[in-house]
Design a protein around this ligand. Structure first.
Ligand code: ADP
Ligand code: MG
Length: 361
């Protein structure tokens, strides 16, 4: 087990900067997720830990040792990729033991370690098969097993589940989390999928264009995104954003955008910028019913489209050209094309400065 520490790390490919002043402390035994859109620099960050890329400047520590100059094979790191990279002509046992053989461990020790890993991953009965005789999920397990037997200081995962179908992905998510509970090894996990990030990470680093926008627990990132990018990236279905103005009338703050006028009682701002973006998640908008008549912040909108998601339906709504969506549990009398009234939960508003996109406290 080990900590990993990025200190003022920059990475350029030629003139193009792909990582910008990365500072990151991965704690001993932590499960840290790096999440962000394609091309934001996640793989580059991870590959630096493995020694497959060099930082242009800055220092990288594994434990208390600077590893900038240390070869990949000497770093005691194991990496799992999206394409499992198993040797097709070798059995599962041979695939798992190959790295240990190269290190010249004695064969009793190798067998012991492979059996232990196979036991944890429940692939004991597959040890004699070739990769082509395995399903995608089983292959992914073998790839994990090959890492486990090495007993590395840090596990690195680069989108390991992207090739699997949705059901298997959900299963493997749980498996990898369980594996972390058992092994308690430091793990860094790269994904572009916010669900994987939310469900797996003890902390999440949200990366955008080579910059870590926010590093925090899933819950904190969901509740207190530092800017509009993070707010829009984390959470599914996505947060709604409505641009408008905040002003005071009769001593009460209001948010106005087109015909939408919301009462902001209970909200305080240090400063109010000229243009503000209101953020509200679809789950914080409800359908007005006869029971909650007295609520304020009621918005009339036309139901453009209904997406049934099982437990809830996602309603795509249009209020005089302002579009937003709401997740609604029970939509009995709602059909596409009708107008209905929706309640915006004032305790769930987020505000961003339209110019800087930063969260407004
Ligand atoms: P991610 O994993 O988040 O999708 P990467 O870390 O792979 O992103 O890439 C970050 C950026 O660096 C991308 O714009 C990519 O095109 C660029 N890049 C990655 N590897 C190289 C390379 N070897 N040479 C030049 N540009 C690269
Ligand atoms: Mg990548």
């Amino acid at each position: 087990m080990s900590t990993v520490r990025f200190e003022n790390i920059n990475k350029f490919y030629g003139d193009i900067q792909v990582l910008n002043n990365i500072n990151l402390d991965v704690e001993d035994g932590e499960f840290l997720v790096l999440v962000g859109p394609s091309g934001c620099g996640k793989s580059t960050t991870l590959r630096m830990v493995a020694g497959l890329e060099d930082p242009t400047d800055g220092q990288l520590f594994i434990g208390d040792k600077v590893v900038n100059e240390i070869e990949p094979s000497k770093r005691d790191i194991a990496m799992v990729f999206q394409n499992y990279a198993l040797y097709p002509h070798m059995s599962v046992f041979e695939n798992m033991s190959f790295g240990l053989k190269i290190r010249k461990l004695d064969s009793a020790e190798i067998t012991k370690r492979v059996k232990e890993a196979a036991d944890i991953l429940q692939i004991d009965d597959l040890l004699l098969r070739r990769p082509k005789e395995l399903s995608g999920g089983q292959r992914q397990r073998v790839a994990l097993g090959r890492c486990i037997v090495r007993n590395p200081k840090v596990f690195l995962f680069d989108e390991p589940l992207s090739n699997l179908d949705a059901k298997l992905r959900a299963e493997m998510r749980v498996e990898i989390k369980k594996l972390h509970q058992i092994l308690k090894t430091t793990m860094m996990y790269v994904t572009h999928d916010q669900t994987e990030a939310m469900t797996m990470g003890s902390r999440i680093a949200v990366i955008n264009k080579g910059v870590i926008e926010q590093l925090d627990t899933p819950d904190r990132i969901y509740r207190h995104p530092v800017n509009k990018f993070v707010a829009g990236f984390i959470g599914s279905p996505q947060m709604n954003f409505i641009e408008g103005n905040v002003s005071s009338s009769d001593g009460i703050l209001h948010f106005a955008s087109g015909k939408i006028d919301l009462d902001l009682s209970g909200h305080n701002f240090n400063t109010i910028p000229s243009k503000v973006i209101l953020g509200i998640r679809p789950e914080n908008i409800s359908l007005k019913t006869s029971e909650n008549k007295s609520s304020n912040n009621i918005i009339k909108a036309v139901v453009d489209l209904i997406e049934p998601l099982g437990a809830v339906s996602l309603l795509h709504l249009n209020s005089d050209g302002i579009r937003f969506s709401a997740s609604i549990k029970s939509i009995e009398n709602i059909i596409e094309g009708i107008e209905a009234e929706f309640i915006f939960d004032g305790s769930s508003f987020h505000f961003f400065d339209a110019a800087s996109q930063k969260y407004l406290d």
